[in-house]
Design a protein around this ligand. Structure first.
Ligand SMILES: [Zn+2]
Length: 465
């Protein structure tokens, strides 16, 4: 049997995220997933290794360890020799035929024995699902081994590290890969740093941006985002898991990211909130940027930067507490409460993200509506009804408060504020957070009030510049 005539097939997906992202990158880079023989595959390997050697990235030292063929000191002054050695190493691996099982895909025999230092981004050891956790010498099949070399071109530079994502929806993975390889090739033509740059320094903002793009394409699914590096202290891997519901939520509340005009609370509530939390720095001041034009220093306000330059991306340049909480799957009801958000936005959030039962949402809204019986003027209503709810510090206190309201209500109405059943099953069901219940009730109550009155009682949260 002539061993070089063995077909090489990259069409099967592989569990290891690094191998998988490399496999997808390879398919897109080569525009094919099956190769007649090793010689055919080697044409693309040479092309890639050529780029790594001659059109290299400033990031290459962060991508490959200093022991790899692409970064080793001994060939720093002779790049032709560097390329020759890299290809020689690949060729010798291809010629090995060890028996055993591939460490990442489990395939039997026809394996090569490799050291992790030859591959990109594998020197960390903090996650057992990664090749990075493997011992120094291991067996790997030719498909997985070849795939790994393509991993960096299917990643983006983010926050000084390399980031990528894998979704359970293959169309999302294709979208991600297509964009990256397109950009990678474009970078090479332009003669700039070949590795794709997200131009984002905040991981959560990067993820948010990707979700925005995907929902515009009507692509939905669960996605795990990875942030990885070779040279970080401890080479930690940061993982963020996004569920499909988060994408569906954004699709409903932020159908288009704003480009030409600032979003307003009335017209585009969610984007307005995103803008609002990007517009201020950590000390609560509106961001400004100094720019020198014809020797004169000019102050550019954040708002101008967004509108005049149609530079939407500026909003996700900075740390944004709302984006951060949303991406990390933390509750954002507190943001809704502080910003006196509409019941409509809250309802969508409760349903799409919190998975709250419709009945529960409806009962809480009904209680807020019923309480309007006491609302003759907003100031008194706030003082007598809302403030005591805001002040509750424990579940017991909250329950007690509801009982007091119930008694008051019964003196004015022949119907109860809520039934015993509603209290037990929907208002404070065991296992649910009383604090969130309180926030939801407050959001529903605030909405009924005149906005002016609310702003007066607002604790220093200004709505507009
Ligand atoms: Zn394998």
């Amino acid at each position: 049997m002539v061993k070089n005539s063995i077909k090489i097939d990259f069409s099967q997906s592989i569990g290891d995220p690094m191998v998988e992202i490399g496999r997808l990158g390879l398919i897109e880079f080569c525009k094919k997933e099956k190769f007649e023989n090793i010689e055919e595959l080697k044409i693309y390997i040479e092309k890639l290794f050529n780029i790594y050697t001659f059109r290299t990235s400033g990031r290459i030292g962060q991508v490959f360890s200093s022991n790899s063929k692409f970064t080793h000191n001994s060939t720093g002054k002779d790049l032709n020799e560097r390329l020759r050695q890299a290809l020689e190493q690949y060729n010798s691996l291809i010629k090995e035929f060890c028996n055993g099982y591939c460490i990442t895909c489990g395939k039997r025999n026809n394996l090569c024995s490799v050291s992790k230092t030859i591959f990109p981004l594998t020197t960390g050891n903090s996650n057992t699902n990664f090749t990075s956790n493997f011992s120094n010498r291991f067996l790997m099949c030719k498909v997985c081994m070849s795939s790994l070399f393509f991993a960096p071109i299917n990643m983006q530079k983010i926050a000084g590290r390399m980031g990528f994502m894998i979704s359970n929806n293959p169309e999302i993975n294709e979208f991600w890969t297509r964009e990256n390889i397109y950009q990678f090739n474009a970078n090479i033509v332009k003669g700039v740093d070949s590795l794709v740059d997200s131009k984002t320094n905040v991981f959560e903002n990067f993820i948010y941006g990707v979700i925005e793009e995907l929902q515009e394409e009507k692509l939905f699914g669960d996605i795990t985002f990875y942030l990885i590096s070779n040279v970080d202290k401890g080479s930690e891997i940061t993982l963020v898991h996004i569920v499909e519901n988060q994408m569906r939520f954004l699709h409903r509340v932020a159908p288009k990211f704003f480009k030409d005009e600032l979003p307003t609370k009335q017209k585009d509530e969610w984007n307005y909130l995103i803008y609002k939390y990007s517009a201020k720095d950590s000390s609560g001041k509106f961001r400004i940027r100094k720019e020198s034009i014809d020797g004169k220093s000019k102050t550019i306000k954040f708002k101008e930067e967004i509108i005049d330059n149609k530079n939407y991306k500026s909003t996700i340049k900075y740390f944004n507490p709302l984006i951060s909480s949303f991406i990390q799957g933390k509750s954002i009801l507190g943001f809704f409460k502080r910003n006196r958000c509409s019941w409509n936005l809250t309802k969508i959030y409760l349903k799409e993200i919190k998975g709250m039962r419709k009945e529960r949402v409806n009962v809480l809204k009904k209680v807020a509506d019923n309480l309007q019986l006491f609302n003759e003027d907003d100031a008194t209503f706030y003082k007598k009804i809302i403030r005591p709810i805001e002040m509750t510090k424990s579940q017991t206190e909250f329950r007690e408060n509801l009982r007091i309201l119930m008694r008051k209500f019964m003196s004015k109405s022949d119907k109860p504020l809520f039934t015993v059943d509603e209290m037990v099953v929907y208002i404070l069901p065991s296992g649910e957070s009383w604090y969130e219940t309180k926030d939801i009730l407050l959001i529903a109550l605030y909405e009924k009030m005149n906005l002016k009155e609310i702003e007066k009682i607002d604790e220093g949260e200004d709505e507009n510049e």
